[in-house]
Design a protein around this ligand. Structure first.
Ligand code: NAD
Ligand code: UD1
Length: 333
């Protein structure tokens, strides 16, 4: 039985990944400080899978606590989700973002290295493709960032590359997620952001359950088929499964590698809205609003590297993603 540590395992993507790991028979320990999640999520994971992950409540920025954990546990590999992720907030409190995401990762890597655990799967983001590449995005394109959140992803990828170059025993897979949405089909775990959501699908979910009056569509004059922004939406369960494939790959390969996790298909804001209408059986009001600063017209993955290297590909279609989001929303409104 492998012992996998999941940092940020109580969060949206991490919790779905814990379900998949437990289902595969791995021993799972979550390290989380619950700054953006709740301990009850572990009860929900146990309800879904009949097994409970272990938990150590810990802030990765606490160097001593992180070191103490790795000094006292034998760990085969780490999946590193823990981080702050709101783009707008990262512009308001950049130092908090740099400290949390970078210091947390440095402490983690130092402690892992000191205790002989040298395999890590990292949550990167398609945000590293920046504003100047043309979709479909391939892993060899130049990367950049336009906000502090994006810079932390870019910088952590660089840190992993440099660490791998310094010691051939390390094995890193940076997974560049496109737009994860949906929820576990049980409706027990999913995404429930505090306050008014920034991201499209959580916002639509609140319109569908009547908590928000209408969707603001940020721009309908992009160079896309219907003028609204196009993204590569991926079911969070498909995404979670990709991490198990990445772990298997990391067992056989050393060094650093970056891999896209996306479907390869783009959907526009209006297409997502209409799929959600079908999922919830209601017409959902929207108004056209100005473009949002920092948005690009079109983002979608070339997912072929994941297919050949990790033997993984996304399965769910947009309607299934919206149905699972709605099922979760109905259970948690
Ligand atoms: P989330 O906020 O739901 O989960 C992150 C978890 O990390 C939370 O449980 C939080 O409490 C924990 N955490 C944060 N800082 C910590 C610290 N210093 N010590 C311990 N725990 C800490 O986010 P998510 O959507 O599940 O995203 C997971 C990862 O994937 C993040 O790194 C995020 O940047 C990345 N990512 C997410 C998306 C997305 O659309 N959700 C897209 C691309 C990349
Ligand atoms: C955003 C972040 C990205 C991050 C990702 C996941 C920005 C610029 N990018 O990606 O770095 O990795 O979230 O957290 O914030 N939209 C509307 N109305 C809304 C919300 C969104 O029209 O109320 C549109 C957007 O303009 C975009 C699409 O929906 O075209 C998707 O937006 P969103 O869900 O926020 O994801 P991204 O912008 O792709």
């Amino acid at each position: 039985m492998r012992h996998i540590v999941v940092t940020g395992g109580a969060g949206f993507i991490g919790s779905h990944c814990c379900v998949e790991l437990l289902e595969a028979g791995d021993q799972v320990t979550i390290l989380d400080n619950f700054c953006n999640s709740k301990p009850e999520t572990l009860d929900r994971i146990a309800e879904i899978i009949g097994k409970r992950p272990d938990l150590v409540e810990l802030d990765l920025c606490d160097e001593q606590a992180t070191e103490q954990f790795f000094a006292t546990h034998t760990v085969d590999a780490v999946i590193h989700f823990a981080g702050l992720k709101a783009v707008g907030e990262s512009c308001q409190i950049p130092l908090t973002y740099y400290h949390n995401n970078l210091t947390g990762t440095l402490n983690l890597l130092r402690s892992m290295g000191a205790h002989g655990c040298k395999r890590l799967v990292f949550s990167s983001s398609a945000t590293v493709y920046g504003m100047n590449n043309t979709a479909p995005f391939t892993e060899d394109m130049p990367t950049s960032a336009t906000n502090p959140y994006g810079w932390t992803k870019q910088m952590i990828e660089q840190i992993l590359m440099d660490t791998a170059a310094s010691d051939p025993e390390w094995s890193f897979v940076a997974l560049r997620y496109f737009n994860p949405i949906g929820a576990h089909p049980s409706g027990l775990i999913g995404e429930d952001p505090n306050g008014i959501p920034n991201n499209l699908v959580p916002y639509i979910a609140k319109v569908a359950c009547g908590q928000l009056a209408h969707l603001n569509v940020f721009g309908n004059d992009y160079d896309t088929p219907d003028g609204t922004g196009v993204r590569d939406y991926i079911h969070v369960v498909d995404l979670a499964k990709g991490h198990l494939c990445a772990l298997d790959y990391a067992e056989t390969a050393a060094g650093f590698c970056a891999v896209n996790l996306g479907t390869g298909n783009g959907a526009s804001v209006l297409e997502v809205l209409h799929a959600y209408e079908e999922a919830c059986g209601k017409t959902l009001p929207y108004v056209i609003a100005p473009r949002r600063a920092g948005d690009i017209a079109t983002s979608y993955a070339d997912p072929s590297k994941a297919k050949t290297l990790l033997r993984w590909e996304a399965k769910s279609d947009l309607l299934t993603m919206c149905k699972d989001s709605w099922n979760f929303t109905l259970k948690h409104q």
